[in-house]
Design a protein around this ligand. Sequence first.
Ligand SMILES: NC(=O)c1ccc[n+]([C@@H]2O[C@H](COP(=O)([O-])OP(=O)(O)OC[C@H]3O[C@@H](n4cnc5c(N)ncnc54)[C@H](OP(=O)(O)O)[C@@H]3O)[C@@H](O)[C@H]2O)c1
Length: 288
Amino acid sequence: MYAITGITGKVGGALARELLATGRPVRAVVRDATRAEAWAERGCEIATAFMEDPSSLAAAFEGATGVFILPPSEFDPEPGFPEARTVIEAVSAALLKARPDKVVCLSTIGAQADEVNLLTQRTLMEQALREMPMPVTFLRPAWFMENAAWDVASASDGGVIASYLQPLDKPVPMVATADVGRVAAELLQQTWRGVRVVELEGPRRAAPNDLAAALAGVLRRPVRAEVVERQTWEALFRTQGMKHPMPRMRMLDGFNEGWIGFESSSDEVLRGRVELETVLGELVSRRI
Ligand SMILES: NC(=O)c1ccc[n+]([C@@H]2O[C@H](COP(=O)([O-])OP(=O)(O)OC[C@H]3O[C@@H](n4cnc5c(N)ncnc54)[C@H](OP(=O)(O)O)[C@@H]3O)[C@@H](O)[C@H]2O)c1
């Protein structure tokens, strides 16, 4: 039985659907039991646990062949990343108690970077889980194509997307969450020893200009990408309610300056199948 955290989200949901499609038993780990009904109807066991709570997590992982860890996103962390550290401590304690046969943990492109940034939260998770006694795989996907959900309204209504990724013609590795879930399902069913890192991107890289062109195709209207100047970010993010914009700004710097990227050579990075246009089509049809 595979215990899947984050199952009500994009990656966890895609992963669970892959496992269920091939008849594998799944335990849906949810924090809100009312959100588990759809998974119970598909034949999943249900366990309720918060990623911050070691005892409920340990119970949710008990007897599992494999556990999938989806660290919750925290876009505005307090200095020192206390939110991520609480999750890391809880997950580590739960894995040590439940001792599942193996673990796949969702990490990120750039988790190996030395500079402190938003993704340091995953660097810390990787450091902690490297000490676990069972085999652990870190799946490091590229920038999610689904992040373009933030751009659909402005592209559709105004023909513009505001780009923090720059320059506008610099290709960025991107991947669909459906591919992330599919690959995570494959990894969970494999046998390996020790710690491994698997990096994943989509079929082709996309620059912000390519994203705008793809949105233009899907929306059937002109769309252009526009740079959001670096010196405006901090004030802008604070206006949007962020209290600690620096980690997010440094993450964007990392992509733009090139110190956030894949660790392995390009022929070792796995390639997904889902094209950007497919994801954008789904995002646009969801908005209509
Ligand atoms: N966006 C990117 O470009 C990118 C790139 C690489 C890696 N990642 C990683 O991808 C992950 C996000 O994946 P996603 O897009 O599939 O997420 P998502 O769709 O936002 O779903 C998040 C899931 O986590 C659950 N969750 C959140 N906080 C929780 C908590 N405290 N306790 C228990 N469950 C909790 C949510 O449950 P509810 O339904 O109850 O809210 C939901 O199932 C993050 O770890 C991020 O670092 C993202």
